[in-house]
Design a protein around this ligand. Structure first.
Ligand code: FDA
Ligand code: NAD
Length: 432
Protein backbone atom coordinates (compact mmCIF):
# COMPACT_ATOMS: atom_id res chain seq x y z
CA UNK A 1 0.00 0.00 0.00
CA UNK A 2 1.25 3.49 -0.89
CA UNK A 3 2.54 5.80 1.81
CA UNK A 4 1.86 9.51 1.63
CA UNK A 5 3.70 12.23 3.47
CA UNK A 6 2.40 15.68 4.43
CA UNK A 7 3.89 18.53 6.38
CA UNK A 8 0.59 18.99 8.24
CA UNK A 9 -2.19 16.46 8.79
CA UNK A 10 -5.51 17.26 10.42
CA UNK A 11 -7.07 14.00 11.62
CA UNK A 12 -10.85 14.42 11.49
CA UNK A 13 -12.97 16.32 8.98
CA UNK A 14 -15.47 18.15 11.17
CA UNK A 15 -15.90 21.71 12.32
CA UNK A 16 -12.41 22.18 13.76
CA UNK A 17 -10.79 20.69 10.64
CA UNK A 18 -12.61 23.14 8.36
CA UNK A 19 -11.65 26.17 10.44
CA UNK A 20 -8.06 24.91 10.68
CA UNK A 21 -7.92 24.64 6.87
CA UNK A 22 -9.14 28.21 6.48
CA UNK A 23 -6.55 29.47 8.96
CA UNK A 24 -3.77 27.54 7.19
CA UNK A 25 -4.87 29.14 3.91
CA UNK A 26 -4.88 32.59 5.55
CA UNK A 27 -1.43 32.12 7.04
CA UNK A 28 -0.06 30.61 3.82
CA UNK A 29 0.19 26.95 2.98
CA UNK A 30 1.83 25.51 -0.13
CA UNK A 31 0.00 23.01 -2.36
CA UNK A 32 0.53 19.47 -1.07
CA UNK A 33 1.58 20.53 2.43
CA UNK A 34 -1.75 20.00 4.20
CA UNK A 35 -4.12 17.02 4.29
CA UNK A 36 -7.41 16.52 6.09
CA UNK A 37 -8.26 12.89 6.74
CA UNK A 38 -11.90 12.13 7.51
CA UNK A 39 -14.05 9.06 7.77
CA UNK A 40 -16.98 11.14 6.52
CA UNK A 41 -17.73 11.28 2.79
CA UNK A 42 -18.06 15.08 2.62
CA UNK A 43 -15.89 18.15 3.18
CA UNK A 44 -16.09 19.82 6.64
CA UNK A 45 -19.50 21.28 7.43
CA UNK A 46 -21.26 23.11 10.23
CA UNK A 47 -22.43 20.13 12.33
CA UNK A 48 -25.11 22.13 14.26
CA UNK A 49 -27.27 22.22 11.11
CA UNK A 50 -27.88 18.46 11.42
CA UNK A 51 -30.24 18.75 14.38
CA UNK A 52 -31.98 21.84 13.06
CA UNK A 53 -32.60 22.95 9.44
CA UNK A 54 -31.31 19.66 7.95
CA UNK A 55 -34.41 17.96 9.36
CA UNK A 56 -37.00 20.58 8.36
CA UNK A 57 -39.97 19.26 6.34
CA UNK A 58 -39.66 22.21 3.96
CA UNK A 59 -36.70 24.29 2.84
CA UNK A 60 -34.29 21.87 4.50
CA UNK A 61 -30.58 22.77 4.59
CA UNK A 62 -28.45 20.61 2.30
CA UNK A 63 -24.78 20.60 1.32
CA UNK A 64 -23.05 22.50 -0.11
CA UNK A 65 -25.16 25.14 1.68
CA UNK A 66 -23.64 24.65 5.13
CA UNK A 67 -20.00 23.80 4.56
CA UNK A 68 -17.72 25.67 6.93
CA UNK A 69 -17.24 28.56 7.50
CA UNK A 70 -20.81 29.84 6.99
CA UNK A 71 -21.85 29.19 10.59
CA UNK A 72 -19.73 32.07 11.82
CA UNK A 73 -20.62 34.38 8.98
CA UNK A 74 -17.61 33.46 6.84
CA UNK A 75 -17.06 32.31 3.29
CA UNK A 76 -18.28 28.81 2.39
CA UNK A 77 -15.53 26.28 1.72
CA UNK A 78 -16.87 23.68 -0.73
CA UNK A 79 -14.63 20.78 -1.91
CA UNK A 80 -13.40 22.92 -4.84
CA UNK A 81 -11.90 25.42 -2.40
CA UNK A 82 -9.58 22.74 -0.97
CA UNK A 83 -8.63 21.67 -4.50
CA UNK A 84 -7.80 25.27 -5.47
CA UNK A 85 -5.58 25.69 -2.42
CA UNK A 86 -3.84 22.35 -2.95
CA UNK A 87 -5.20 21.06 0.36
CA UNK A 88 -5.77 17.34 0.11
CA UNK A 89 -9.17 16.16 1.37
CA UNK A 90 -8.82 12.48 2.08
CA UNK A 91 -12.43 11.43 2.65
CA UNK A 92 -14.11 8.08 3.41
CA UNK A 93 -10.92 7.19 5.24
CA UNK A 94 -11.04 5.97 8.80
CA UNK A 95 -7.76 5.97 10.66
CA UNK A 96 -7.56 2.83 12.79
CA UNK A 97 -4.02 3.16 14.09
CA UNK A 98 -1.98 6.17 15.14
CA UNK A 99 1.68 5.74 16.00
CA UNK A 100 2.84 9.06 17.37
CA UNK A 101 6.43 7.83 17.82
CA UNK A 102 6.91 7.12 14.09
CA UNK A 103 4.47 9.93 13.06
CA UNK A 104 2.36 7.49 11.08
CA UNK A 105 -1.40 7.05 10.71
CA UNK A 106 -2.86 3.88 9.19
CA UNK A 107 -6.30 3.67 7.60
CA UNK A 108 -8.81 0.82 7.73
CA UNK A 109 -7.81 -0.13 4.17
CA UNK A 110 -4.12 -0.22 5.12
CA UNK A 111 -2.96 3.12 3.66
CA UNK A 112 -0.21 4.95 5.59
CA UNK A 113 0.04 8.67 6.13
CA UNK A 114 3.14 10.30 7.56
CA UNK A 115 3.15 13.81 8.97
CA UNK A 116 5.56 16.34 10.42
CA UNK A 117 2.83 18.02 12.48
CA UNK A 118 -0.46 16.41 13.49
CA UNK A 119 -3.64 18.17 14.63
CA UNK A 120 -6.04 15.73 16.30
CA UNK A 121 -9.62 16.86 15.57
CA UNK A 122 -11.55 13.61 15.92
CA UNK A 123 -14.44 15.18 17.88
CA UNK A 124 -16.92 13.05 19.78
CA UNK A 125 -18.99 9.99 19.19
CA UNK A 126 -22.41 9.25 20.66
CA UNK A 127 -22.94 7.25 23.82
CA UNK A 128 -25.23 4.35 22.85
CA UNK A 129 -27.88 2.73 25.01
CA UNK A 130 -26.28 -0.60 24.07
CA UNK A 131 -23.16 0.67 25.93
CA UNK A 132 -25.20 0.22 29.15
CA UNK A 133 -26.64 -3.10 27.99
CA UNK A 134 -30.19 -1.80 27.44
CA UNK A 135 -32.22 -4.69 26.01
CA UNK A 136 -33.15 -4.42 22.30
CA UNK A 137 -31.20 -1.16 21.90
CA UNK A 138 -29.76 -2.15 18.51
CA UNK A 139 -33.18 -2.07 16.80
CA UNK A 140 -33.36 -0.41 13.37
CA UNK A 141 -36.01 2.01 14.68
CA UNK A 142 -33.51 3.58 17.08
CA UNK A 143 -31.54 6.54 15.74
CA UNK A 144 -28.54 8.53 16.95
CA UNK A 145 -27.30 11.79 15.49
CA UNK A 146 -23.67 12.77 15.07
CA UNK A 147 -22.76 12.78 11.38
CA UNK A 148 -24.48 13.54 8.10
CA UNK A 149 -25.00 9.81 7.41
CA UNK A 150 -26.98 9.54 10.66
CA UNK A 151 -29.06 12.57 9.65
CA UNK A 152 -29.77 11.05 6.22
CA UNK A 153 -31.04 7.85 7.84
CA UNK A 154 -33.31 9.91 10.07
CA UNK A 155 -34.63 11.91 7.12
CA UNK A 156 -35.54 8.63 5.35
CA UNK A 157 -37.31 7.34 8.46
CA UNK A 158 -39.24 10.61 8.90
CA UNK A 159 -40.49 10.26 5.31
CA UNK A 160 -41.32 6.56 5.71
CA UNK A 161 -43.18 6.97 9.02
CA UNK A 162 -45.04 10.16 8.07
CA UNK A 163 -47.12 11.65 10.91
CA UNK A 164 -46.03 8.81 13.19
CA UNK A 165 -44.96 8.63 16.81
CA UNK A 166 -41.51 9.57 18.05
CA UNK A 167 -39.95 8.92 21.43
CA UNK A 168 -36.92 11.04 22.23
CA UNK A 169 -34.61 9.59 24.87
CA UNK A 170 -32.51 12.22 26.66
CA UNK A 171 -33.22 15.73 27.87
CA UNK A 172 -30.02 17.47 26.77
CA UNK A 173 -29.17 19.33 23.56
CA UNK A 174 -30.12 16.53 21.17
CA UNK A 175 -33.26 15.75 23.19
CA UNK A 176 -34.56 19.33 23.07
CA UNK A 177 -33.57 20.09 19.46
CA UNK A 178 -34.83 16.77 18.09
CA UNK A 179 -38.15 16.86 19.99
CA UNK A 180 -38.85 20.24 18.40
CA UNK A 181 -37.88 19.23 14.88
CA UNK A 182 -39.83 15.97 15.06
CA UNK A 183 -42.87 17.97 16.19
CA UNK A 184 -42.34 20.36 13.26
CA UNK A 185 -42.44 17.22 11.09
CA UNK A 186 -45.88 16.55 12.56
CA UNK A 187 -44.86 13.58 14.69
CA UNK A 188 -46.54 12.80 17.99
CA UNK A 189 -43.54 13.41 20.28
CA UNK A 190 -42.73 12.16 23.79
CA UNK A 191 -39.46 13.06 25.52
CA UNK A 192 -38.08 10.85 28.29
CA UNK A 193 -35.24 11.79 30.60
CA UNK A 194 -34.06 10.83 34.08
CA UNK A 195 -33.50 14.26 35.63
CA UNK A 196 -36.07 16.52 37.36
CA UNK A 197 -35.71 19.10 34.55
CA UNK A 198 -34.30 19.32 31.04
CA UNK A 199 -30.69 20.28 30.23
CA UNK A 200 -29.59 20.14 33.87
CA UNK A 201 -25.93 20.59 33.00
CA UNK A 202 -26.71 24.18 32.06
CA UNK A 203 -30.31 25.17 32.85
CA UNK A 204 -31.54 26.21 36.26
CA UNK A 205 -34.98 24.95 37.31
CA UNK A 206 -36.38 28.38 36.34
CA UNK A 207 -34.93 28.34 32.83
CA UNK A 208 -36.00 24.72 32.27
CA UNK A 209 -39.56 25.45 33.42
CA UNK A 210 -39.94 27.87 30.52
CA UNK A 211 -38.75 25.40 27.86
CA UNK A 212 -40.78 22.53 29.31
CA UNK A 213 -43.87 24.75 29.34
CA UNK A 214 -43.23 26.00 25.83
CA UNK A 215 -42.68 22.47 24.49
CA UNK A 216 -45.88 21.31 26.22
CA UNK A 217 -47.73 24.20 24.55
CA UNK A 218 -46.40 22.95 21.20
CA UNK A 219 -47.77 19.48 22.00
CA UNK A 220 -44.56 17.72 23.09
CA UNK A 221 -45.21 15.28 25.95
CA UNK A 222 -42.52 15.12 28.63
CA UNK A 223 -41.86 12.18 30.96
CA UNK A 224 -39.24 13.00 33.59
CA UNK A 225 -37.47 11.01 36.26
CA UNK A 226 -37.22 7.74 34.40
CA UNK A 227 -35.18 6.01 31.67
CA UNK A 228 -35.72 3.59 28.82
CA UNK A 229 -34.74 0.11 30.00
CA UNK A 230 -35.69 -1.98 26.98
CA UNK A 231 -37.12 -2.05 23.47
CA UNK A 232 -39.29 -4.63 21.71
CA UNK A 233 -39.65 -4.19 17.98
CA UNK A 234 -42.13 -5.72 15.60
CA UNK A 235 -43.49 -4.87 12.15
CA UNK A 236 -45.51 -1.99 13.65
CA UNK A 237 -42.59 -0.25 15.30
CA UNK A 238 -41.06 -0.12 18.72
CA UNK A 239 -42.38 -0.63 22.24
CA UNK A 240 -40.22 1.53 24.53
CA UNK A 241 -40.19 0.11 28.04
CA UNK A 242 -39.54 2.62 30.81
CA UNK A 243 -38.08 1.90 34.22
CA UNK A 244 -41.26 3.17 35.90
CA UNK A 245 -43.25 0.42 34.14
CA UNK A 246 -44.83 2.51 31.39
CA UNK A 247 -44.56 1.36 27.78
CA UNK A 248 -44.59 3.87 24.91
CA UNK A 249 -45.28 3.08 21.24
CA UNK A 250 -42.90 4.60 18.73
CA UNK A 251 -42.24 4.51 15.01
CA UNK A 252 -38.97 6.32 15.55
CA UNK A 253 -36.81 6.53 18.68
CA UNK A 254 -34.08 9.18 18.75
CA UNK A 255 -31.47 8.83 21.47
CA UNK A 256 -29.31 11.68 22.77
CA UNK A 257 -27.72 10.53 26.00
CA UNK A 258 -24.41 12.31 25.64
CA UNK A 259 -21.17 12.29 23.72
CA UNK A 260 -17.73 10.79 24.32
CA UNK A 261 -14.53 12.34 22.92
CA UNK A 262 -12.75 10.13 20.38
CA UNK A 263 -9.35 9.75 22.02
CA UNK A 264 -8.93 6.00 21.90
CA UNK A 265 -6.46 5.95 18.97
CA UNK A 266 -4.00 7.79 21.19
CA UNK A 267 -4.47 5.95 24.50
CA UNK A 268 -1.18 5.51 26.30
CA UNK A 269 0.67 7.72 23.81
CA UNK A 270 -0.44 11.16 24.94
CA UNK A 271 -1.31 12.69 28.29
CA UNK A 272 -5.03 12.90 29.05
CA UNK A 273 -7.07 14.86 31.57
CA UNK A 274 -10.81 15.05 32.35
CA UNK A 275 -11.60 12.60 29.55
CA UNK A 276 -9.80 14.57 26.86
CA UNK A 277 -6.31 15.05 25.44
CA UNK A 278 -4.41 17.48 27.65
CA UNK A 279 -3.10 20.59 25.90
CA UNK A 280 -1.59 23.94 26.74
CA UNK A 281 -3.01 27.31 25.73
CA UNK A 282 -1.68 26.75 22.19
CA UNK A 283 -3.34 23.31 21.91
CA UNK A 284 0.03 21.54 22.03
CA UNK A 285 -0.12 18.11 23.65
CA UNK A 286 2.78 16.68 25.67
CA UNK A 287 3.99 14.93 22.47
CA UNK A 288 6.13 17.20 20.28
CA UNK A 289 4.44 18.23 17.00
CA UNK A 290 1.05 16.86 18.09
CA UNK A 291 -1.86 19.27 18.71
CA UNK A 292 -5.45 18.53 19.77
CA UNK A 293 -8.44 20.83 19.16
CA UNK A 294 -12.23 20.92 19.42
CA UNK A 295 -14.21 18.41 21.48
CA UNK A 296 -11.18 16.21 22.26
CA UNK A 297 -9.00 18.88 23.88
CA UNK A 298 -8.79 19.52 27.63
CA UNK A 299 -7.18 22.95 27.73
CA UNK A 300 -6.41 25.66 30.30
CA UNK A 301 -9.46 27.90 30.59
CA UNK A 302 -7.54 30.99 31.60
CA UNK A 303 -10.58 32.91 32.79
CA UNK A 304 -11.38 30.27 35.45
CA UNK A 305 -7.84 29.03 36.02
CA UNK A 306 -8.96 25.48 35.39
CA UNK A 307 -8.49 22.70 32.82
CA UNK A 308 -11.72 22.21 30.87
CA UNK A 309 -13.10 20.37 27.87
CA UNK A 310 -15.82 22.06 25.78
CA UNK A 311 -18.20 20.22 23.41
CA UNK A 312 -19.52 23.20 21.45
CA UNK A 313 -18.98 24.61 18.03
CA UNK A 314 -17.60 28.06 18.91
CA UNK A 315 -14.69 26.50 20.77
CA UNK A 316 -14.11 23.98 17.93
CA UNK A 317 -13.71 26.91 15.54
CA UNK A 318 -11.55 29.08 17.79
CA UNK A 319 -9.29 26.31 19.11
CA UNK A 320 -8.53 25.20 15.55
CA UNK A 321 -7.60 28.74 14.57
CA UNK A 322 -5.47 29.14 17.68
CA UNK A 323 -3.55 25.90 17.01
CA UNK A 324 -2.78 26.86 13.40
CA UNK A 325 -1.70 30.37 14.43
CA UNK A 326 0.57 28.82 17.07
CA UNK A 327 2.09 26.36 14.55
CA UNK A 328 2.76 29.10 12.02
CA UNK A 329 4.16 31.50 14.63
CA UNK A 330 6.55 28.90 16.02
CA UNK A 331 7.85 28.20 12.51
CA UNK A 332 8.76 31.87 12.28
CA UNK A 333 10.24 31.96 15.76
CA UNK A 334 7.36 34.13 16.99
CA UNK A 335 4.88 33.69 19.81
CA UNK A 336 1.18 34.40 20.11
CA UNK A 337 -1.05 35.04 23.11
CA UNK A 338 -2.36 32.06 25.05
CA UNK A 339 -5.96 30.97 24.36
CA UNK A 340 -8.27 33.04 26.54
CA UNK A 341 -11.69 31.56 25.97
CA UNK A 342 -15.07 32.79 27.16
CA UNK A 343 -17.44 29.79 26.91
CA UNK A 344 -20.27 30.40 24.45
CA UNK A 345 -23.09 27.93 23.89
CA UNK A 346 -26.35 28.37 22.00
CA UNK A 347 -29.35 26.46 20.78
CA UNK A 348 -32.38 27.01 18.58
CA UNK A 349 -35.69 25.17 18.47
CA UNK A 350 -39.18 26.07 17.26
CA UNK A 351 -39.07 29.89 17.10
CA UNK A 352 -36.81 30.08 20.16
CA UNK A 353 -33.14 30.92 20.31
CA UNK A 354 -30.90 31.27 23.35
CA UNK A 355 -27.28 32.14 24.01
CA UNK A 356 -25.17 31.53 27.10
CA UNK A 357 -21.77 32.99 27.98
CA UNK A 358 -19.41 32.25 30.84
CA UNK A 359 -19.71 29.81 33.71
CA UNK A 360 -22.87 28.40 35.29
CA UNK A 361 -21.75 28.37 38.93
CA UNK A 362 -22.87 30.26 42.05
CA UNK A 363 -26.18 31.97 42.85
CA UNK A 364 -28.66 32.64 40.08
CA UNK A 365 -31.31 35.21 39.31
CA UNK A 366 -34.02 34.88 36.67
CA UNK A 367 -35.27 38.05 34.98
CA UNK A 368 -37.76 39.08 32.33
CA UNK A 369 -40.86 37.36 31.03
CA UNK A 370 -40.39 33.60 31.27
CA UNK A 371 -44.06 32.72 31.00
CA UNK A 372 -44.35 30.11 28.20
CA UNK A 373 -47.89 31.33 27.53
CA UNK A 374 -46.77 34.91 26.76
CA UNK A 375 -47.08 36.02 23.14
CA UNK A 376 -43.43 37.12 23.09
CA UNK A 377 -41.51 35.65 26.01
CA UNK A 378 -38.06 37.11 26.62
CA UNK A 379 -36.01 36.32 29.67
CA UNK A 380 -32.61 35.48 31.02
CA UNK A 381 -30.49 34.48 33.98
CA UNK A 382 -27.29 35.61 35.59
CA UNK A 383 -24.95 33.42 37.63
CA UNK A 384 -23.17 35.30 40.43
CA UNK A 385 -20.10 34.10 42.29
CA UNK A 386 -18.06 36.03 44.85
CA UNK A 387 -20.14 39.15 44.16
CA UNK A 388 -19.49 39.11 40.40
CA UNK A 389 -21.49 37.98 37.40
CA UNK A 390 -19.76 34.91 35.96
CA UNK A 391 -22.44 33.62 33.58
CA UNK A 392 -25.34 35.02 31.57
CA UNK A 393 -28.16 33.39 29.60
CA UNK A 394 -30.64 35.10 27.31
CA UNK A 395 -33.62 33.79 25.34
CA UNK A 396 -34.69 35.76 22.26
CA UNK A 397 -31.96 38.41 22.54
CA UNK A 398 -31.05 40.78 19.73
CA UNK A 399 -27.42 40.67 18.50
CA UNK A 400 -26.61 43.77 20.61
CA UNK A 401 -28.22 42.30 23.72
CA UNK A 402 -26.30 39.05 23.25
CA UNK A 403 -23.10 41.07 22.96
CA UNK A 404 -24.00 42.86 26.20
CA UNK A 405 -24.48 39.63 28.18
CA UNK A 406 -21.21 38.26 26.74
CA UNK A 407 -19.47 41.40 27.97
CA UNK A 408 -20.69 41.15 31.58
CA UNK A 409 -19.67 37.48 31.68
CA UNK A 410 -16.23 38.32 30.26
CA UNK A 411 -15.45 41.28 32.49
CA UNK A 412 -17.23 39.71 35.47
CA UNK A 413 -19.14 42.82 36.44
CA UNK A 414 -19.56 43.23 40.23
CA UNK A 415 -23.08 43.03 41.65
CA UNK A 416 -24.24 44.77 44.79
CA UNK A 417 -27.75 43.38 45.22
CA UNK A 418 -29.35 40.32 43.70
CA UNK A 419 -32.80 41.92 44.08
CA UNK A 420 -31.67 44.96 42.16
CA UNK A 421 -30.12 42.73 39.48
CA UNK A 422 -33.39 40.79 39.13
CA UNK A 423 -35.31 44.05 38.76
CA UNK A 424 -32.90 45.53 36.22
CA UNK A 425 -32.53 42.29 34.30
CA UNK A 426 -31.23 42.83 30.78
CA UNK A 427 -30.87 46.59 31.35
CA UNK A 428 -28.05 45.82 33.80
CA UNK A 429 -25.98 44.20 31.03
CA UNK A 430 -26.95 46.71 28.35
CA UNK A 431 -25.69 49.70 30.34
CA UNK A 432 -22.21 48.21 30.94
P1 FDA B 1 -16.54 17.04 14.89
O1 FDA B 1 -17.39 15.97 15.49
O2 FDA B 1 -17.20 18.18 14.23
O3 FDA B 1 -15.59 16.36 13.79
C1 FDA B 1 -14.86 15.20 14.04
C2 FDA B 1 -14.50 14.57 12.71
O4 FDA B 1 -13.51 13.57 12.89
C3 FDA B 1 -15.68 13.89 12.01
O5 FDA B 1 -15.65 14.23 10.66
C4 FDA B 1 -15.36 12.41 12.20
O6 FDA B 1 -15.89 11.60 11.19
C5 FDA B 1 -13.86 12.44 12.13
N1 FDA B 1 -13.18 11.30 12.71
C6 FDA B 1 -13.27 10.85 13.99
N2 FDA B 1 -12.48 9.77 14.17
C7 FDA B 1 -11.87 9.54 12.98
C8 FDA B 1 -10.94 8.56 12.54
N3 FDA B 1 -10.48 7.62 13.37
N4 FDA B 1 -10.53 8.59 11.25
C9 FDA B 1 -10.99 9.56 10.41
N5 FDA B 1 -11.87 10.51 10.79
C10 FDA B 1 -12.30 10.51 12.06
N6 FDA B 1 -22.61 23.09 19.32
C11 FDA B 1 -23.08 24.35 19.52
O7 FDA B 1 -22.38 25.16 20.13
N7 FDA B 1 -24.30 24.72 19.05
C12 FDA B 1 -25.11 23.87 18.38
O8 FDA B 1 -26.22 24.23 17.99
C13 FDA B 1 -24.66 22.52 18.17
N8 FDA B 1 -25.42 21.63 17.51
C14 FDA B 1 -25.00 20.33 17.34
C15 FDA B 1 -25.81 19.43 16.68
C16 FDA B 1 -25.41 18.10 16.53
C17 FDA B 1 -26.30 17.12 15.83
C18 FDA B 1 -24.16 17.68 17.06
C19 FDA B 1 -23.72 16.24 16.89
C20 FDA B 1 -23.34 18.59 17.70
C21 FDA B 1 -23.75 19.93 17.85
N9 FDA B 1 -22.95 20.88 18.49
C22 FDA B 1 -23.39 22.17 18.66
C23 FDA B 1 -21.61 20.51 18.97
C24 FDA B 1 -20.56 20.82 17.90
O9 FDA B 1 -21.03 20.44 16.63
C25 FDA B 1 -19.25 20.11 18.23
O10 FDA B 1 -18.78 20.60 19.46
C26 FDA B 1 -18.23 20.34 17.12
O11 FDA B 1 -18.66 19.76 15.92
C27 FDA B 1 -16.87 19.76 17.52
O12 FDA B 1 -15.99 19.92 16.47
P2 FDA B 1 -14.80 18.89 16.23
O13 FDA B 1 -14.16 19.29 14.96
O14 FDA B 1 -14.02 18.76 17.47
O15 FDA B 1 -15.55 17.49 16.02
P1 NAD C 1 -26.08 16.05 26.61
O1 NAD C 1 -24.94 15.77 27.49
O2 NAD C 1 -26.44 17.45 26.28
O3 NAD C 1 -27.39 15.41 27.23
C1 NAD C 1 -27.41 14.10 27.67
C2 NAD C 1 -28.75 13.86 28.36
O4 NAD C 1 -28.97 12.47 28.31
C3 NAD C 1 -28.83 14.19 29.83
O5 NAD C 1 -29.21 15.49 30.10
C4 NAD C 1 -29.91 13.24 30.29
O6 NAD C 1 -31.17 13.86 30.17
C5 NAD C 1 -29.89 12.15 29.31
N1 NAD C 1 -29.55 10.81 29.81
C6 NAD C 1 -28.38 10.39 30.34
N2 NAD C 1 -28.46 9.07 30.58
C7 NAD C 1 -29.68 8.66 30.17
C8 NAD C 1 -30.35 7.43 30.13
N3 NAD C 1 -29.76 6.30 30.56
N4 NAD C 1 -31.60 7.38 29.62
C9 NAD C 1 -32.21 8.51 29.18
N5 NAD C 1 -31.61 9.72 29.19
C10 NAD C 1 -30.37 9.77 29.68
O7 NAD C 1 -25.80 15.19 25.27
P2 NAD C 1 -26.58 15.11 23.88
O8 NAD C 1 -27.81 15.91 23.92
O9 NAD C 1 -26.66 13.67 23.54
O10 NAD C 1 -25.56 15.81 22.88
C11 NAD C 1 -24.44 15.10 22.38
C12 NAD C 1 -23.32 16.05 22.04
O11 NAD C 1 -23.71 16.92 20.99
C13 NAD C 1 -22.85 16.92 23.17
O12 NAD C 1 -21.47 17.07 23.03
C14 NAD C 1 -23.53 18.24 22.90
O13 NAD C 1 -22.78 19.32 23.42
C15 NAD C 1 -23.56 18.26 21.40
N6 NAD C 1 -24.70 19.05 20.91
C16 NAD C 1 -24.72 20.38 21.19
C17 NAD C 1 -25.77 21.14 20.75
C18 NAD C 1 -25.77 22.61 21.08
O14 NAD C 1 -24.79 23.10 21.62
N7 NAD C 1 -26.84 23.33 20.74
C19 NAD C 1 -26.80 20.57 20.03
C20 NAD C 1 -26.77 19.20 19.77
C21 NAD C 1 -25.70 18.46 20.22
Amino acid sequence: MAEKHFKYVVLGGGVAAGYAAREFAKQGVKPGELAIISKEAVAPYERPALSKAYLFPEGAARLPGFHVCVGSGGERLPPEWYAEKGIELILNTEIVKADLASKTLTSASGASFKYDILIIATGSTVIRLSDFGVQGADSKNIFYLREIDDADKLVEAIKAKKNGKAVIVGGGYIGLELSAVMKINNFDVTMVYPEPWCMPRLFTAGIAAFYEGYYAKKGVKIIKGTVAVGFDSDANGEAVKLKDGRVLDADIVVVGVGGRPLTKLFKGQVEEEKGGIKTDGFFRTNVPDVYAVGDVATFPMKLYNEMRRVEHVDHARKSAEQAVKAIKASEEGKTIDEYDYLPYFYSRSFDLSWQFYGDNVGDTVLFGDSDPASPKPKFGSYWIKDGKIVGAFLESGTPDENKAIAKVARIQTPVESLDQLTKEGLTFACKI
